[in-house]
Design a protein around this ligand. Sequence first.
Ligand code: MG
Length: 280
Amino acid sequence: MADWEVGVFTSIDAGLGVQLQVAQDLEIKTIQLHAPKRTSRTPDNADRFLGQLKDLGIELTCVFGGFDGESYADIPTVTDTVGLVPSKTRAERLREMREIADFARLLECDVVALHLGFVPHDRTESLYQEVVDVTRQLCGHAEQNDQAVHLETGQETADGLLQFIDDTGCENLFINFDPANMILYGTGQPIEALTKLGPKVRSVHCKDATWSDKPGETWGSEVPLGEGQVDIEAYLRTLKEIGYLGPLTIEREIPQEPERQKAEIAHASTLLRRLASEIL
Ligand code: MG
């Protein structure tokens, strides 16, 4: 794969992300995949999908887990519903995330990723240790599959995330850096965060956003790439500084407007290719 190959976040069924057809139409050669529903995660479907990717010359770089019952409606709802943090659903979701990792293995994919949820900021809280424990269990399973686990950024500050990864002691635990999420959740200036996270960043999203007037309390707004407050040129220059040359995976979550979504991904792809040719 070429350095900074443009990618796009996709899904097969009702998950987040665009259909594979969009990648094909826009001549995008790498994808991340939102894990399909349990009923679709069969060996036959894996074979079929893998065949399709090979025919299209598209490389799958990461499978993202997601769970029933998750809601991104507002920040408190994320705390209550997302990832492996909520205790009520934790055991079941760990089981499902292991299945997703096994499905990713069938797709010959070495990376699984997820929104872990809001890790408590107080390390002495018992919930903090519980989240460390469940992350170790997931990483242990991924290790048996020769896979890494990437945590999506957003809910934690850069310092909090580094501390958390360190506390797990897992050597296959890394970061999927999403600069827009730092703004949307109000957890820090993305460029500064990226510099801190440095070598732990092993995959990225290219997404843009504007700050909320009450950061950390209410959402910022996701906007088309280049129109927000990430500063995409500075983002790419910083990725180069930290030595990241992997895929630049565009994420644009407006599934209710597929035409606009596709047009904005096309625009993002053009922007990234132009900037890459100037910066690399
Ligand atoms: Mg993202």
